[in-house]
Write a protein that binds this ligand. Structure first.
Ligand code: ZN
Length: 179
């Protein structure tokens, strides 16, 4: 008798918890916001902001937003005379350089900027030589002005920032990606 009553209580609790879980479950994966600081990107501040806008138009699981006062940025962007490069500390976190060497060589600044953000978003270099691929980088012709990720590249970023994946990768070691 006691056991049966206890079981009834448990079932009632389970039903209540079940209802609450169903009610709290989000309809879609939450968008992760990454704050970037372009204040040290010198003459490339506008192009960095433009690159963030390009990404925000292509993916929905992650958003690149200019950092606001008092908040620690996920991403810092710098400019120097070297080759463009990214130092990733974990998925969505790190710093990258808008290297003037590639700009002077004639590579399209917006493509460089969206490419380096691509590394922060978890995309590796894929030197396919194709202008339609963003992560082909400098293997594409210097004349290439495509600054958009391909459908496959955008889909990969969507998967990278699907629920739970980001937490798994938090302890990834710092990775330097040149170009
Ligand atoms: Zn690269």
């Amino acid at each position: 008798m006691v056991r049966r009553r206890f079981a009834t209580v448990l079932l009632t609790l389970a039903a209540l918890v079940g209802v609450q879980l169903v009610g709290a479950a989000p309809a879609h994966a939450a968008t992760r916001t990454l704050y970037y600081d372009a204040s040290q990107a010198q003459e490339f501040v506008a192009v960095v902001n433009q690159a963030a806008t390009v990404w925000n138009g292509k993916v929905s699981n992650v958003r690149l937003v200019p950092v606001t006062a008092g908040r620690t940025p996920n991403i810092r962007v710098y400019a120097d005379n070297g080759w463009p490069r990214t130092y990733t500390t974990s998925l969505g976190n790190g710093r990258w350089y808008m290297g003037r060497e590639a700009v002077v060589d004639g590579y399209y600044p917006l493509r460089i900027a969206t490419h380096e953000f691509g590394h922060i978003l978890g995309l590796p270099d894929r030197r396919t030589g194709l202008c339609t691929d963003l992560m082909s980088g400098s293997s594409a012709p210097v004349s290439c002005t495509n600054a958009n990720p391909s459908t496959a590249e955008a889909a990969q970023v969507q998967r990278n920032f699907a629920s739970g994946v980001a937490a798994v990768r938090q302890d990834a070691p710092e990775v330097l990606t040149v170009g």
